[in-house]
Ligand binder design. Structure first.
Ligand SMILES: [Zn+2]
Length: 423
């Protein structure tokens, strides 16, 4: 079946050119799109979407997600109210992730992928943790994303926090996932839970499979304090010394509490930074801005939700105060994930990933003022349809690749089971 979009107003995500056209969407990770002024004669099994009055543009990507936190919404309060970032991990997230089993992970990944799809996201970079269900976790998440029809770049956040045995399971799961030919990172939690032996093994594994490290970097001052006290150096220096900055495909989450020297090291490296502003606000870890980092900054949600338009707006509003960010500046950051995937040859984020926006604006929109609409007007509620690697996933705001009701009822069932274990 070939997919056509007729009467489209196409917005090129890089040049912001508006073109009235008909589009043929060619399926597959190597597929693409073709434009026609007049619709060709179609075969009987063609699927045609009429986009009259709507806008078509490249779909979105998330640079740092945690699908494992999907079932946290509304969960019981922690045993102790956390007083700082390390206590938030200890009493909330590490308590939750230790109670996950593979079925809960499957439910979390399906529900996350569902929300991503309905919010126009077709490519997700995830950082996963489930210390007592490590084996098979990445394969389970991949299968869930395949079921919905989205592309993903996964990793397990390996750590020394739960001892050597679980650490080694993390390395093993990562190796198995990469050996099977899946696109992934070697994931690490953060410097303060990663010893030198693990860091060395992780960098070696990443080299072996031609990929990068995905790690939280200086999200809170505690990460720097621990590094200085334990290794007599700062976090980025430690990663640099271990060779992690030489790896082209690396993603460093947050990067908040960095010295000028560390920013320079990052700027001169091949690593990408993932900004997660709402999570930083929620955890009260500080708001730093990204002056001096260079251009390789993309946006993530840190598992708080699956809505990149919302993340971009939050990053814009905060970024005005912290770094004087502009409309083009925030739009570039929102779209940088595509530059990351292109530069690093990750498949599943090509031209045949499209979103159709039903954006009935009260003012005119064109190339010159598009960014004003991007910041103040276009919202995830305008996402009408999503096409991922040439396949129709969401049509008229409804998931068509799987049953939304089945996914949500399965997630609620698994959520109840998880919450019972938490109390
Ligand atoms: Zn994170």
């Amino acid at each position: 079946m070939t997919l056509y979009i007729k009467n489209a107003e196409f917005i090129d995500w890089e040049s912001l050119e508006f073109t009235k056209t008909n589009i043929e969407v060619i399926e597959g990770k190597k597929g693409g799109i073709r434009f026609f002024n007049t619709m060709p004669v179609l075969s009987a099994d063609s699927k045609i979407i009429d986009a009259k009055g709507k806008y078509v543009t490249k779909s979105f990507g998330c640079g740092h997600h945690h699908i494992y936190s999907t079932l946290a919404r509304g969960m019981p309060a922690p045993a102790k109210a956390p007083q700082n970032f390390v206590e938030i991990l200890k009493y909330v997230w590490w308590h939750l992730d230790k109670n996950l089993d593979l079925e809960m992970i499957r439910a979390s990944a399906l529900a996350s992928a569902l929300y991503c799809a309905k919010n126009g996201i077709s490519f997700v970079i995830d950082h996963h943790a489930s210390p007592f269900a490590v084996e098979g976790s990445l394969f389970t998440i991949k299968e869930a994303f395949d079921t919905i029809g989205l592309s993903c770049l996964l990793c397990y956040e390996i750590s020394d926090r739960d001892g050597e045995k679980i650490r080694d399971k993390g390395l093993e799961e990562t190796r198995n996932y990469l050996v099977a030919g899946n696109p992934g990172h070697v994931g690490l939690h953060a410097s303060f839970t990663v010893g030198d032996t693990l860091l060395e093994k992780a960098v070696a594994l990443a080299h072996e499979h031609d990929t990068g490290i995905h790690i939280h970097v200086a999200e809170d001052l505690a990460d720097q304090d621990h590094c200085l006290k334990t290794y007599n150096k700062r976090v980025v220096q430690r990663l640099f010394d271990a060779g992690a900055l030489d790896l082209g495909r690396s993603v460093f989450g947050h990067c908040l509490h960095l010295s000028e020297k560390e920013k320079k090291l990052l700027k001169n490296s091949k690593a990408w930074v993932a900004q997660n502003i709402e999570s930083n606000l929620n955890n009260n870890v500080g708001l730093m801005g990204y002056k001096g980092f260079g251009d390789r900054i993309m946006l993530g949600t840190d598992g708080m939700h699956s809505d990149m338009l919302r993340s971009a707006k939050a990053a814009f509003f905060v970024g005005q105060g912290t770094e004087g960010i502009s409309f083009p500046g925030i739009y570039d950051r929102f779209r940088n994930i595509h530059r990351f995937t292109r530069e690093n040859h990750f498949r599943g984020d090509g031209d045949n990933n499209l979103v159709i926006l039903d954006y009935n604006t009260p003012t005119n929109m064109n190339k010159d003022n598009f960014l004003g609409h991007f910041v103040f007007g276009i919202d995830s509620c305008h996402v009408d349809s999503l096409i991922s690697s040439g396949k129709l996933i969401v049509e008229n705001k409804k998931l068509v690749s799987a049953s939304e009701e089945d996914i949500l009822s399965f997630a609620r069932e698994m959520g109840t089971k998880l919450w019972e274990k938490l109390t």
